[in-house]
Ligand binder design. Structure first.
Ligand SMILES: [Zn+2]
Ligand SMILES: [Zn+2]
Length: 220
């Protein structure tokens, strides 16, 4: 007996959300993305078809495999994935699910995909990103990129690509926007009393650190 799921024929292709790292080809002529988990080794283009991540000779998504593109239904859930340390520099992608798909409670696994828009995370300093800079890692033939602000891009001498430039290289009408600057918890909005309190706290930590260091040295 074979179990069949009900088939759907939507009028409009479904929309989903996912996170991925923007990538630029070695020669700078192609832009794409690399996923954060399964299939993360294969960069994909703005409009692309999934291949089995295990190299099996079946069409993705296959029911007895976990290959294919993946996305979730809720934007907030994809945003939640950006909170983990290893995904802080990934971007949020809004995608259109094309071709055959398998629907799950939280998302889809599917055959083809169009990336419609990309929201780039703020620069490491907290300011909104104005460009994408070399993230210091990649895949053969591809460099991973991460959001950088104008000041940090110039200050570190890293080659940065304007967001619009990445969109132009990617083609297919891709839109890129920068996530708002990180506001809460940064010293930018603090007055003198708060900064003085912060400094006292840091001094206390430093004193403790130095006494610990001294203790270890005495022992050694
Ligand atoms: Zn497969
Ligand atoms: Zn910056």
């Amino acid at each position: 007996m074979s179990l069949r799921l009900p088939s759907e024929r939507p009028e409009e292709p479904p929309t989903g959300y996912k996170i991925a790292h923007p990538m630029l080809s070695q020669d700078g002529t192609r832009a794409g993305f690399t996923g954060v988990s399964l299939g993360g080794s294969l960069p994909y283009g703005v409009l692309d078809a999934a291949r089995c991540a295990y190299g099996r000779r079946h069409r993705a998504p296959h029911r007895r495999c976990d290959c294919g593109f993946h996305c979730v239904h809720a934007r907030a859930e994809a945003e939640g994935l950006l909170c983990t340390a290893e995904h802080r520099t990934a971007a949020l992608l809004e995608v259109t699910v094309l071709g055959a798909y398998i629907r799950f409670e939280r998302g889809f696994r599917y055959a083809r995909q169009r990336v419609r828009s990309v929201t780039v995370q703020p620069c490491g300093c907290g300011a909104a990103a104005t460009g994408l800079a070399d993230a210091g890692w990649g895949r053969p033939g591809w460099r991973a990129l991460e959001g950088v602000c104008g000041a940090c891009g110039r200050g570190t001498g890293r080659r940065a690509l304007a967001l619009g430039r990445f969109a132009a290289v990617a083609g297919e009408g891709l839109r890129l926007t920068a996530a708002a600057a990180v506001a809460a918890g940064t010293p930018t909005g603090l007055g003198l009393p708060e900064l003085a309190a912060e400094a006292a706290l840091l001094q206390a930590r430093l004193d403790w650190f130095q006494s610990e260091l001294g203790r270890l040295r005495d022992r050694g």
